[in-house]
Design a protein around this ligand. Structure first.
Ligand code: SAM
Ligand code: SF4
Length: 441
């Protein structure tokens, strides 16, 4: 058995890809380990979305070079691979900056890893693969070898939206949807391996259009798979929120009342400069329609502060939008200049101290809303899907329909089951409650 260490940065799609890389390498004798020391192969599955994320990779590579040298001294070999979006964006530059790297593989070509490893052994040099062979990758991936209670399933990749701040269209390529057949097969395989919740993934997941199926139709078909109790999807774009998907939130009982619908900014001037192609009022109206279909839906979003040209008034418009909508939780970032994107050369870049102050104000407001939402659950009885043992071994961790983590005292036989829990209190990152044993599903 050879030891494989995979470190994942960034989004859920990278987490999905990392699991697939491990599955691909298992037939070659690689078994996953949880530390890089002494590993025969290390893969860094990287993220390029913000500068900090990309820079972390180079400092990690510096540490790995030392481990690799130690292994070589002891007569062994450590293959060092960089996968993901930094690999796609920087390609050969990675090897120039860190010659200890053996393999560089983009997010659309990692199915070729086994042959790349063979080539590296044959040619004793660096091997690079950063093609976009469209959907060839998915056809070459093995069936999942195992599954958690909640499982990711990538249904759509890439992006044609070209928001002016974002590298995704360049690193992940254009929008491509997998066929419904392939997705349903994988969902059934995951259910057989123990998945009770499927999280459908895509950079623009609600733009899904495989063989002209919509995402709503796909969710209906997945709801029919034995064992699957819950369905979620992420990340969506406001422009792709179709009528049938909105209706599905009211009609498909397995589709959870939770929607991550990033708006980025509440200022129409900034939204236009970002090329989001909708106004803040378009977004407000959309939320109104979604809430009509599913009044209790938990909403989340992404926000960028300090986009080039963002004035105090623009920023206040974002705070107003947040105030008006009321989010269950949200992600927020300081604008980060990405090479090759239109926003990186825009005039009126915002100074760091202004970005820091705006992020701080925005996060305070979002946290207040998050606590208010979590507190609104106290005293209620909610169905919780139990996913794993909590760190305190006598407790289980599960999630409400709104994705909030809940800790309860309970038996491991509850894992994979949905049971009613009375919510009693909130701590900083979690809800706590007690089981009502009467109803299990
Ligand atoms: N496709 C999704 C969408 O349109 O909302 C999100 C994709 S992106 C992986 C996740 C988030 O990263 C974005 O919603 C945005 O808020 C943030 N992001 C992307 N580029 C960024 C940049 N240059 N600086 C700061 N945040 C950025
Ligand atoms: Fe990036 Fe915009 Fe595409 Fe989302 S929609 S991945 S933010 S370009």
């Amino acid at each position: 058995m050879k030891k494989l260490f995979v470190k994942t940065y960034g989004c859920q799609m990278n987490a999905y890809d990392s699991a697939k890389m491990a599955d691909l390498l298992a037939p070659l004798g690689y078994a996953q380990t949880d530390a890089p020391d002494g590993a025969d192969m290390v893969i860094l599955n990287t993220c390029h979305i913000r500068e900090k994320a990309a820079e972390k990779v180079y400092s990690e590579l510096g540490r790995l070079r030392t481990l690799k040298a130690e292994k070589a001294k002891a007569g062994g070999q450590m293959l060092l691979a960089v996968a993901g979006c930094v690999a796609q964006a920087e390609g050969a530059e990675i090897v120039a900056r860190q010659p200890a790297v053996d393999l560089v593989v983009g997010p659309q070509s990692y199915h070729r890893l086994p042959e790349m490893i063979a080539r590296a052994a044959r040619e004793h040099g660096h091997v690079l693969e950063t093609d976009f062979p469209a959907l060839e990758k998915f056809d070459s991936l093995p069936a999942p070898m195992e599954s958690g209670i909640s499982a990711f399933l990538t249904v759509q990749e890439g992006c044609d939206k070209f928001c002016t701040f974002c590298v995704v269209p360049y690193t992940r390529g254009s929008e491509e949807s997998r066929s419904p057949d392939a997705i349903l097969r994988e969902a059934r395989q995951l259910a057989e391996k123990g998945a009770r919740e499927i999280v459908l993934l895509g950079q623009n997941v609600n733009a899904y259009n495989g063989e002209d199926w919509s995402l709503a139709r796909l969710c209906d078909a997945i709801a029919g798979i034995e064992g699957i109790k819950r369905i979620r999807y992420t990340t969506s774009h406001p422009r792709d929120m179709g009528d049938d998907l909105i209706a599905a939130h009211g009609e498909n009982p397995k589709l959870m009342p939770y929607l991550h619908l990033p708006v980025q900014s509440g200022s129409d001037t900034v939204l236009e400069a970002m090329n989001r192609q909708h106004t803040s009022d378009d977004y407000r109206r959309l939320i109104e329609r979604i809430r009509k279909s599913r009044p209790d839906i938990a909403l989340t979003s992404d926000f960028i502060v300090g986009f080039p040209g963002e004035s105090d008034a623009d920023f206040e418009a974002t705070l107003r939008l947040i105030d008006g909508i009321g989010y269950a939780t949200a992600f927020s970032f300081k604008y980060s200049k990405r090479p090759g994107t239109p926003a990186s050369t825009m005039r009126k870049q915002i100074p760091e101290d202004v970005k820091v102050a705006r992020l701080d104000a925005l996060q305070k407001l979002l946290l207040k809303q998050q606590y208010a939402f979590d507190d609104s659950q106290i005293g209620k009885v909610v169905p919780v899907l139990f996913e794993k043992r909590a760190r305190d071994q006598h407790q289980l961790m599960g999630r409400t329909p709104y994705l909030q983590p809940v800790h309860v005292h309970g038996d491991v036989s509850l894992l994979g089951q949905v049971a009613d829990v009375k919510i009693e209190k909130r701590t900083a990152n979690s809800l706590h409650g007690a089981l009502l044993q009467e109803r299990r599903a």
